[in-house]
Design a protein around this ligand. Sequence first.
Ligand code: GLY
Length: 342
Amino acid sequence: MTYTLKVAERSDIHIGRTEELLPSLLPDGRIIVITDTNIDRYQHPLLKDREYIMIGTGESIKTLHTVEMIYRRFVELGIDRECFVLGIGGGIVTDITGFVASTYMRGLRFGFVSTTLLGQVDASVGGKNGVNLDGYKNMVGTFNQPQFVICDPTLLGTLPEREFRSGLAEIVKAGVIADRSLFERLENNSFEALLSDHKLLGEVILAAIKVKAEIVGRDERESGERRKLNLGHTFAHAIEKLSSRMNHGEAVAVGTILAARIALRLGVLATSDAERIERMLSSLGFSLTLPIELEQLVTAISKDKKSDGNALHFVLPTGIGSCEIRKMTIDQITQLCLAEKC
Ligand code: GLY
């Protein structure tokens, strides 16, 4: 079964099998693939008969240094504007590929085969491309939509459970901010069911992508509503920067809980809904304990690129399937965190 939806009127997101979809999506002419060593190891058939550049894995390689290395390889290989760049991999590969393709020779066409759950439901969709700078997440980048993204649930079988769980945090986020029935579906299915039932997983992926596609369609460059997609991320980016113990989704889960507690404290979220969010993330196996000191957390969030002077556009869940964006100072957030013993 294949589903297709559009983001920002020009990027097609396809949920289905890569081998069925990719041939008709690739243009004629030279295709250069950017991929990583995990794909080489676990999904090598995707690279068969392709010209590719391989990068390493892990957040630490998402830098301008890696970008520069790829530009140099492009020059050596004679890549020009006629070529199409295909990123095959998780969020790190697609973020880097989108950035390289958007900037090399002022822009080449590009598309993605997204191979992780986190990539499929968040990173590869929506046209944000970029790299980290001095450990601060996504400080350098572009808004530029890929021509297509293939989200292939059958590729997720080789993911380690921890990596799979990381993607679920973004699906929970989509449910909390805008899709109550998605959240309820997650409540009614276990981690094991999501892992093993491809039909269920495909439908849940589709629902999460729909949430993102609709929001990005209304606010592509994040001047308003797109900020909702950052629920939990202000805290998560700081946690990821300061603690090597948590991956992105794990940090988003903790960040979502902190945001829910702040919303509770402000009286915009009912206790029963805050408990549902907490129960859901616990039942999926997330640790919800802050892995760093609160003081470290608040210092780091003040440096988040989304801060505006001493204020942040903070996303507060207001129910299951609804949220609001509130401009809050770092001091307010700190006081609320302290009051709640986050
Ligand atoms: N990951 C949040 C966004 O794409 O806006």
